[in-house]
Design a protein. Structure first.
Lengths: 180, 346
C-alpha cells in the first residue's frame, strides 16, 4: 500500500494547522526550536490521521504530549485529546524483563540437543530483531504479540512515507523559492 | 448388533472418542457449518457405520488412517483411536449426509465423488463386492481391500490436499477455521500456533513488498533487519527535512503552507487550471482561519515573483512530484516562521 494523494493532502492540512498554532509566537529565533516545532506538528499530524485506531499513533501522540501539551490539544480538536493525553502508557516493560530472567534460569536446567540449539539460536536471533523493531516503532514495547507488531509497522511505514513525501516537496519548494 | 451395543455403551460411558474431541478442538468456538454437522455426524456417521457390518465399518473408519493393524477385529475397536484427521471427519460427515439417502452403498461413493472420479468408480466397483462379502468375516480379504482403498484414498488425498484457510479468510469470520494438512499434528495448540504463524508470514510478505529491496532476501531475520533500517532511515529523513525547513529563509511563512493546502485541494484533483495559477499571486493573508479553501495570501508588491519564470520549471517537474508543482507556484515568502514552543508552554 503506497501513500495516496488524499492521505498526503490530509496530512498537509493537519500539519499546517499545527504550524498555525505556532505562528502567533513571534519570538522565534532559534533554528532548533523551529525545527522542533515543525517536527512535532508533523508527527502529531501524521498520528492524527489514524484517529487513534493504531497503537503507534496513540503512543506518538502521547510522546509529543509530554513535550508540547498545548499543541496536541489544539490539533486534536478535543475529540480524543483528553483521553489520549491523560491515558497512562501501560507498563509492560518491567514484566517482560522479569519473565525473560525467569526463562533464562529455567533454560539452564534443560538439556539441549544439537538440533534444538540451532533452532533456539534462530529463535533468539529473531527475538532480538523483533525487539529492535519494537524500539524503533513508537509504542512498540507495548505491543504484546508479533502479529500486532508487524501490522503496526506496516501502517507506520506507510504513514512515514507520506510524511516524508509531503515534507520533502514543501522543503524543496521553500528552498527553491528562497533561492530567488 | 453387537457393534451398536458396544458403541452405545462406549458413548454412554462418555469415552471421549478422539474424533469428537478433535472435532471440538479444531473448531475453536465452533463454526457455522461444522458444528451443525458435528452432532448429526457423530450420531449419523456412527449410525451409518453401525448399519454396515462391523468389519466394513471398521474398514471404512480406518481406510484413511495410516495404521493397518487396527482395521481388523472388533476388539480393535477398543483401541480404536479415530484419527483426528479432519479429512476423516469430512468423510464421516458425508457418510451421514448420504447415509440418509442410501444407507448401504452410498457412503463411500458419495464421499469419493467429490474428490475424484476415478477412485470413486473403483470404490463403486468394490462396493457390490463388499456387500456380497459383507457377511463374511474374512479378515484378510477385508484387509486387502482396505489396503487397496487406502492406497486410493492416499492418492486422492494427496491430490486434493486441503490447505489451511487463508488468514484473510480467517479474519472475516468470527471464528477461526483451520484445516490441518496431512501428516501434521492436529491438537488445538499447534493449530492455533500454525494459524498465528500463517498470519505473521502473510504480514511479513506485505512488509517485504513495502520495503524496497526486501523481496530478494531470504529469512525472517534479515528481512526484519531491513525493515528496521528502513524505518530508521525514514525517521532520520523526517528530522533532516524539518531541520532544512526550519533553517530555510525565515521569511517563508507558515501561512504560506495554508495556501498550499488550498491550492492543493484543487490541484490534487489533477485539474491544473490556469485559474489556480492566477489565484496564487494576488493573495491575502488571513490570520485566523480554519477554512482552507478560501484562504489567500496578500502579496507585498516588492516581493512579487514573476509568474512565468516559475511556471515553466514547475510544470517541467510535474511528472516527478505530486506536490512540487503547486508549491513552487505559490512560493512567495513574505513573513517569517514564528514557532516558540517554550514560551507557549510557560
Amino acid at each position: 500500500m503506497q501513500p495516496t494523494s488524499s492521505m498526503k493532502e490530509e496530512f498537509l492540512k493537519k500539519w499546517q494547522m499545527g504550524l498555525q498554532i505556532y505562528r502567533p509566537l513571534i519570538d522565534n529565533t532559534s533554528v532548533s526550536e523551529r525545527r522542533k516545532a515543525i517536527k512535532l506538528s508533523a508527527d502529531v499530524a501524521m498520528a492524527s490521521l489514524r484517529k487513534g485506531t493504531t497503537c503507534w499513533s496513540r503512543a506518538l501522540i502521547q510522546k509529543t504530549a509530554t513535550e508540547d501539551n498545548f499543541l496536541v490539544r489544539q490539533m486534536l480538536s478535543g475529540i480524543k485529546a483528553e483521553t489520549l493525553i491523560n491515558k497512562k502508557l501501560p507498563k509492560v516493560m518491567c514484566h517482560r524483563k522479569i519473565v525473560r530472567r525467569s526463562k533464562m534460569i529455567l533454560r539452564r536446567r534443560q538439556s539441549r540437543s544439537a538440533i534444538e540449539e540451532v533452532a533456539a539460536k534462530a529463535r533468539k536471533l529473531i527475538k532480538k530483531k523483533t525487539q529492535g523493531l519494537r524500539n524503533v516503532v513508537p509504542g512498540g514495547e507495548f505491543m504484546s504479540n508479533d502479529v500486532l507488531l508487524i501490522q503496526e509497522t506496516l501502517d507506520y511505514i506507510v504513514s512515514l512515507q507520506t510524511q516524508v513525501n509531503v515534507m520533502r516537496s514543501i522543503v524543496d519548494a521553500a528552498e527553491a523559492g528562497s533561492e530567488r | 448388533m453387537d457393534l451398536s451395543g458396544r458403541f452405545g455403551a462406549r458413548s454412554g460411558d462418555g469415552v471421549p472418542f478422539r474424533e469428537a474431541a478433535a472435532l471440538e478442538s479444531l473448531h475453536i468456538g465452533g463454526g457455522e457449518e461444522f458444528r451443525q454437522m458435528v452432532p448429526p455426524e457423530n450420531a449419523g456417521g456412527f449410525a451409518a457405520l453401525l448399519e454396515l457390518p462391523p468389519t466394513q465399518a471398521v474398514e471404512l473408519l480406518h481406510s484413511s488412517s495410516s495404521s493397518a493393524s487396527q482395521a481388523t477385529t472388533l476388539h480393535s475397536l477398543g483401541t480404536l483411536s479415530f484419527p483426528s484427521n479432519p479429512l476423516l471427519m469430512e468423510r464421516a460427515s458425508r457418510f451421514s449426509v448420504i447415509a440418509t439417502d442410501n444407507q448401504q452403498n452410498g457412503n463411500v461413493s458419495g464421499e469419493t465423488t467429490t474428490t475424484s472420479s476415478v477412485p470413486s468408480n473403483e470404490h463403486i466397483k468394490t462396493e457390490p463386492a463388499e456387500t456380497e462379502t459383507c457377511d463374511q468375516a474374512a479378515v484378510e480379504k477385508q484387509s486387502n481391500r482396505c489396503g487397496k482403498r487406502k492406497e486410493l484414498d492416499k492418492k486422492v488425498k494427496s491430490s486434493t490436499k486441503k490447505k489451511n484457510k487463508s488468514s484473510e479468510e480467517n479474519e472475516k469470520l468470527p471464528y477461526v477455521h483451520v484445516r490441518a494438512r496431512r501428516g501434521q499434528a492436529t491438537d488445538s495448540h499447534s493449530l492455533a500456533e500454525r494459524a498465528r504463524r500463517e498470519k505473521i508470514n502473510a504480514r511479513m510478505k506485505l512488509l517485504q513488498e513495502l520495503v524496497p529491496g526486501c523481496d530478494k532476501i531470504q529469512g525472517t531475520a534479515l528481512v526484519l533487519d531491513e525493515i528496521i533500517n528502513h524505518v530508521q532511515s525514514l525517521q532520520r529523513q523526517v528530522e533532516m527535512l524539518s531541520m532544512r525547513l526550519a533553517s530555510v529563509n525565515p521569511r517563508i511563512d507558515f501561512n504560506l503552507d495554508t495556501i498550499l493546502a488550498s491550492e492543493n485541494g484543487s490541484l490534487m484533483d489533477g485539474s491544473f487550471n490556469g485559474a489556480t495559477m492566477q489565484l496564487a499571486w494576488p493573495l491575502q493573508v488571513m490570520e485566523t482561519e480554519q477554512s482552507y479553501h478560501h484562504r489567500q495570501l496578500q502579496q507585498p508588491p516588492s516581493q512579487q515573483w514573476p509568474f512565468d519564470g516559475l511556471n515553466q520549471p514547475v510544470w517541467g517537474r510535474e511528472e516527478n512530484q505530486d506536490h512540487g508543482n503547486d508549491h513552487n507556484n505559490l512560493m512567495v515568502g513574505s513573513t517569517s516562521l514564528h514557532p516558540n514552543q517554550v514560551k507557549m508552554e510557560l
